[in-house]
Design a protein around this ligand. Structure first.
Ligand SMILES: Nc1ncnc2c1ncn2[C@@H]1O[C@H](COP(=O)(O)OP(=O)(O)OP(=O)(O)O)[C@@H](O)[C@H]1O
Ligand SMILES: [Mg+2]
Length: 452
């Protein structure tokens, strides 16, 4: 069986079937009504003719009846005209007067029961249809019959009935088609909230679990489905939250034993051993702090009204990481505009992103070289180093969580750039990476500048 997946196409198909059936039935009904109406007109006309013939009947003093039709009526009932005929019949069924050649009655003699009757009768080749009207004259009842030969019936009326299908009946089809188009428009309108809800739903993902579908405009029939989806999203969001909280809680829980470890290490006599272990502990502390940042970012929502001065945020980061660079025999420089550069975003998060980029740059730049911070008036901050750069094929990998080129390197978790990317996403910013000539990498973050 042919199946229509779309509600609209189902409705169109069923509607077309309904339209065809209705238009056939409507034409039949209308043509029957038309027939009925023309018959009524005919019957009334025949009754009137019988009455008007009756008006010319007069009773003579000796009791017998005379019919004295005026000239115009005589013409109407003449054999030559052939269309109308009359007959007058008495109580005993005898024909008193008749316009027919053989002085016959139009209708059977026994059709004399009521005051008015409408009858039809075959007379030779013709079918005569008409009325029989009772009249009491001079103390006796007579029946006056008037009829019309249907073969000669008014051509106009016949044409109307015959052409009804072609001319009038089919008008129902276009009318119903207009109705169908109106229905489609109505239906599309009714489905619009569903389309809008689908668009909203397409935004839902691991980082956007707070989205819910609007139910106000949704048609009542589909509302249970939409509500059920929203409830499912509630449960999913809760599941996600439990996972996020677990990461954050686990990282938090590790902090206490780590600081106990630190204090214990301080008491260690063996200096060499102490320093080596302290480095390991700092490495672990770094991993934990990166994990905490990730967990926090998963649940972070940027206030759309918040703004940050990119230039001062960058300056702070440069100041913060300078000692680290100097300790490794490297330098930092702050270049670009000296004016404030206002962008949309959370200053704390912007700082974290730039700090991660600068830590990478310091780690990779060769001793004796400089890591440069460049702030541009258009809302871009770049961090560039003179290290090995990032190979083309690694440019997507480096942003993945836990990816690092050298897994053995202590204190490297592979989370830094995924943190940067997440912060960029939250701020509708774009991270790009390119290599410098002759060597080095340049990471840039382009934020949305605040219209002043
Ligand atoms: N400026 C750079 N020059 C060359 N390679 C880089 C640079 N920045 C990052 N990378 C490469 O990308 C990898 C991922 O960087 P990312 O910052 O995500 O992690 P990480 O620095 O290893 O660890 P974490 O930042 O969490 O301490 C690094 O391990 C390194 O191999
Ligand atoms: Mg890093």
């Amino acid at each position: 069986m042919l199946r229509f997946k779309s509600i609209l196409s189902r409705i169109v198909v069923l509607h077309v079937v309904a339209v065809v059936i209705t238009s056939v039935f409507m034409s039949l009904a209308l043509s029957w009504l038309l027939n009925y109406a023309t018959n009524n007109i005919h019957n009334e006309a025949m009754q009137e003719q019988a009455v008007s013939v009756g008006e010319h009947l007069t009773a003579q003093p000796d009791g017998h009846l005379e019919l004295d039709l005026p000239q115009d009526l005589l013409g109407l009932y003449s054999q030559a005209y052939g269309r109308y005929s009359y007959a007058v019949i008495d109580d005993h069924g005898r024909v008193l007067f008749s316009s027919l050649r053989d002085n016959a009655a139009l209708f059977p003699a026994d059709a004399r029961s009521s005051d008015v009757e409408f009858l039809q009768q075959r007379l030779g080749d013709a079918t005569v249809s008409g009325a029989s009207v009772r009249k009491t004259i001079g103390g006796q009842s007579v029946w006056i019959q008037a009829g019309e030969d249907l073969a000669n019936r008014d051509v106009l009326i016949d044409d109307i009935v015959a052409d009804f299908y072609r001319d009038v009946g089919w008008i129902t089809l276009p009318i119903l088609m207009v109705l169908l188009i109106a229905d489609i428009a109505i239906f599309r309108r009714a489905l619009r909230p569903l389309r809008e809800a689908s668009e909203i739903a397409s935004d839902i993902g691991p980082t956007r679990t707070d989205v819910r579908l609007p139910t106000d405009e949704i048609p009542r029939e589909v509302r249970p489905l939409v509500s059920a989806i929203n409830l499912a999203l509630d449960r999913l969001e809760q599941g996600f939250r439990i996972q996020r909280d677990f990461t954050a809680d686990a990282a938090h829980e590790l902090r206490t034993p780590l600081s106990i470890l630190r204090t214990r290490l301080d008491l260690l006599e063996d200096k060499k051993m102490r320093q080596a272990l302290q480095r390991d502990v700092e490495g672990m502390a770094h991993i934990i702090s990166q994990l905490l940042d990730i967990a926090e970012l998963d649940a972070f929502v940027v206030d759309p009204l918040e703004k940050a001065d990119l230039r001062s945020v960058t300056a702070e980061v440069a100041e913060f990481v300078a000692p680290l660079a100097l300790a490794q025999g490297k330098d930092v420089a702050l270049l670009g505009t000296a004016e404030p550069v206002w962008v949309k975003g959370n200053p704390e998060m912007l700082g974290r992103a730039i700090r991660n980029l600068s830590e990478n740059a310091i780690n990779h730049t060769a001793p004796g070289t400089t890591v440069e911070f460049i702030v541009d008036q258009n809302g871009t901050v770049s961090v560039q180093d003179q290290g090995p750069g990032v190979a083309e094929e690694e440019r997507n990998l480096i942003f993945q969580r836990f990816w690092r080129r050298d897994r053995r390197k202590a204190g490297s978790t592979g989370l830094g750039l995924s943190i940067v990317q997440r912060i960029a996403e939250l701020h509708s910013a774009v991270v790009t990476v390119e290599n410098r000539d002759p060597s080095g990498a340049r990471f840039s973050l382009k934020f949305v500048p605040l219209a002043l």
